[in-house]
Design a protein around this ligand. Structure first.
Ligand SMILES: [Zn+2]
Length: 200
């Protein structure tokens, strides 16, 4: 009888079932929360404090601008680590500029500014429709490369993934390089192969 009481008591069985049920509900809710989160925003722990301004309300974004950058002086001017993310961030901080995303040499996407905020990445520039306040209506992506070594396969793949994810939300009118909106002043993205990335 003791065995019956401890193992098969209907009350205990009921309690056990309820507990299993609650655990299942808990995990189902967790999965739902995880899948409802957007892939590239509101999740970053790499957001920077410089190079952007907060935007209240829902920002109207119509352009995606592709840039290139590399680290020119960190950890030392004599021997800079060209593809060091912290070095690039140090430079951005010095000039008080930033893009929303930075794709490092391994193809890892770093989110620096929330897409709803205005990042200072375009400078004096103009979109094909005549818009000159480009920062206000655009998202900026920096790809780490040099004047001679363009983006690698991992970076192109990351860029494709990032553009597709953002495009679902913003349906960009334009996807352009920095040199397209600031000709004569900017030459990036360097050595960039437009494999259907651009929307001009
Ligand atoms: Zn640029």
């Amino acid at each position: 009888m003791k065995l019956w009481n401890t193992i098969l008591s209907p009350f205990k069985l009921f309690k056990l079932l309820i507990r299993q049920y609650l655990i299942l509900i808990f995990f189902a809710v967790q999965v739902q929360i995880a899948s409802s989160q957007k892939a590239y925003w509101d999740n970053s722990n790499e957001l920077v404090a410089f190079g952007h301004e907060k935007y209240e309300g829902v920002r109207k974004v119509k352009a995606l601008i592709i840039h290139s950058t590399f680290n020119a002086s960190y950890p030392s001017t004599a021997k800079p680590d060209t593809f060091d993310v912290q070095g690039v961030l140090k430079q951005f901080k010095t000039y008080n500029v930033a893009a929303h995303f930075l794709i490092d040499r391994k193809g890892v996407i770093h989110q620096l500014v929330l897409p709803n905020n205005i990042a200072w990445h375009a400078g004096k520039s103009q979109l094909p429709d005549g818009t000159t306040s480009v920062n206000a209506c655009s998202i900026g992506i920096e790809i780490m490369c040099t004047y001679t070594s363009g983006p690698n396969t991992a970076q192109y793949a990351a860029l494709r993934e990032l553009i597709d994810a953002l495009d679902k939300n913003y349906n960009f009118k334009y996807i352009l390089g920095h040199s397209d909106i600031a000709p004569g002043r900017k030459t990036d993205p360097w050595k960039f192969v437009d494999n259907h990335y651009y929307r001009k």
